[in-house]
Design a protein around this ligand. Sequence first.
Ligand code: FMN
Length: 165
Amino acid sequence: MDAVEKSDLLIFTTPTYCMRTSAPMKAFIDLTFTYWMSHKPRASMFSKKAVVISTAAGAGAGSAIKDITNTLLYWGVPYVKSYGKAIQATDWEHIKPELKEKINKDMAALAKKLKNSKAHAGIKTRFIFSMMRMMQQKGMGAGEEERKYWQEQGWLDKTRPWKAA
Ligand SMILES: Cc1cc2nc3c(=O)[nH]c(=O)nc-3n(C[C@H](O)[C@H](O)[C@H](O)COP(=O)(O)O)c2cc1C
């Protein structure tokens, strides 16, 4: 998570396993649950960009991606792009040449988009944050330690993570 917090752009990739993200990726998501806005989100997340990529042999890449984009939303990452593809193969070598060409083209376009965009906390991020803030204010969080963290960040007063970030 030190590496994640130091990075401006987060790139997540996962194969599609049984229509969802891989088990190691799910384990990573579970290990980082304290970073969710419902617990102790990190201010640095609110100015990051992220991209989530998954391939499936046939189907399910969308659901595999959703597992990760949902986590990023709750971490507070405001700018998230994704790319999912059914590749009708199990490795890069066996993908049809025209599909490889399309993927390379799509990746170049995605990279350009990521480079030229700015990460600003939008209405969805701000709304979830304000709901979680209300919860902490009312003592409905997971405990005193969490409430203290929110207090120390100044988030129970006027400070917001997207301003501090
Ligand atoms: C356990 C397992 C589950 C899979 N489930 C799906 C699936 O739900 N949909 C699909 O299209 N492909 C599925 N595949 C195919 C993989 O998405 C594909 O083979 C991928 O390239 C595997 O990546 P890996 O070589 O990094 O394991 C599955 C493969 C494995 C091993």
